[in-house]
Design a protein around this ligand. Structure first.
Ligand code: T4K
Length: 370
């Protein structure tokens, strides 16, 4: 029998019976969308979990970022890392904002020292990304933002359930946006939430999310960013499964590290709360390792390659050396509740074999290796 295909991003489902009960309840109630009771419960639950004053459920994080940026009054140029999902930057350009690409540090997050050099008169905000669920250098970014009177927000798409200096991500900056896409740690099929402690921003975001309506009147130019009830039911079910997902993710992450000694991993600060949702390695012969894995139906991903500043709509001559280094060596491996120790051994055996072949090739004279 052919070996099972292994994916990065197989959804975590949680308690199926509970989900089905919730979905049946939604169908019975005939309240499918527009600020329904499940969305309400979800917003309250998350606001409490991450200790924020406001949580606003949205249809996905891309639209959530746009609403948060609009509600924060961001205009002109926004400093953003070019090492992230293209969604982060698309969110800016689709509402007429101009991304200014910034390099990251070796830890994959935006480099606060380089942010300073990128600020111009037209800069109005910084959009950090907690990539792989690891927090940005939040305090350093806050310092720059306050000094230059800039708004600062975070794309927290990967970081639900993670903390920075003992505080849950969600409450930093002017607003933070989580993604609950199917492939994320907690999922709502499609969806996300905006979290903020800014009352005025929250009020505007809530109106903008629903066509600009506030108290029965159109007060803003808005969009349709609403989360529907089935998505909220899925998110609530998924949240209830978080402890189990974290335990499995951590087990997988530890197992990969045990089986691949000497390989560089994106690591997590064990003194913080982490969701361990991504197992990411930095490996010099990445493309050949990835080809070897794909040949055996292991769909490892090089994700943000080649860096957004090298993607067709955003290509520019700018050089971002750390992003270019990471784009050449980063590989995300399958994990999550669909992956067990046997599957990890299958992945690691291929990586180890490929590395031995590579070393053997390197030690051969050129005529023998060709
Ligand atoms: N900011 C950041 C930093 C992000 O990473 C993202 C999204 C956003 C913002 C925007 O969030 P949303 O607007 O989506 O809420 C995935 C997701 O589509 C996307 O949400 C995510 N980032 C991006 C990094 O990854 P792909 O390219 O990995 O998806 P796809 O379709 O290749 O799926 C990956 C694997 O998962 C597949 O091999 C099969 C498996 N899969 C996928 C889905 C959707 C399943 O088994 N079942 C499924 O339902 O983009």
């Amino acid at each position: 029998m052919a070996a099972k295909t292994l994916h990065v991003g197989r959804p975590n489902i949680g308690n199926r019976e509970k989900l089905m009960r919730r979905l049946n309840d939604i169908l019975d109630s005939k309240w499918l969308s527009n600020n329904g009771p499940y969305v309400h419960t979800l917003e309250e639950r998350i606001a409490e979990m991450v200790s924020v004053r406001h949580c606003i459920a949205v249809c996905n994080a891309t639209v959530g970022l746009q609403i948060a940026l609009k509600a924060a009054g961001v205009t002109g140029k926004v400093i953003v890392p070019a090492w992230t999902a293209v969604a982060t930057v698309n969110a800016l350009t689709w509402i007429g904002l101009e991304p200014v690409f910034c390099d990251v540090t070796r830890k994959h997050n935006i480099d606060p020292y380089r942010i300073k050099n990128a600020i111009t008169e037209r800069t109005s905000a910084i959009l950090g990304v907690h990539l792989w669920g690891r927090p940005c250098f939040v305090n350093a970014i806050a310092h720059v933002a306050h000094r230059h009177d800039l708004r600062f927000l975070f794309d927290a798409a990967h970081a639900f359930g993670c903390s920075y200096r003992g505080r849950m991500i969600g409450g930093f900056g002017d607003a933070e946006v989580f993604s609950f896409h199917a492939t994320k740690f907690v999922n709502s099929f499609e969806g996300g939430v905006i979290c903020t402690n800014d009352d005025a921003l929250a009020e505007r975001a809530r109106a903008m999310m629903t066509f600009g309506y506030q108290n029965g009147e159109v007060r803003y130019s808005g969009t349709n960013g609403k989360m529907c009830e089935p998505s909220a039911a899925m998110a609530l079910t998924s949240i209830e499964g978080m402890d189990e997902f974290i335990a499995v993710n951590k087990r997988n992450y530890d197992e990969y590290r045990k089986q691949l000694p000497g390989v560089t991993f994106v690591t997590y600060d064990e003194t913080e709360r982490n969701n361990y949702h991504y197992v990411v390695i930095e490996i010099p012969d990445r493309d050949r390792v990835m080809e070897a894995l794909h040949a055996e139906r292991i769909m490892a991903k090089r994700y943000f390659w080649p860096g957004i500043h090298r993607m067709a709509p955003y290509r520019s001559g700018v050089s971002l050396p750390e992003i270019e280094r990471l784009a050449a060596c980063t590989l995300a491996l399958p994990t999550g509740t669909a992956i067990g120790v046997d599957e990890i051994t299958r992945v690691c055996d291929i990586i180890k074999r490929r590395r031995v072949e590579e070393r053997t090739m390197q030690s051969m004279p050129a005529w023998a290796a060709s």
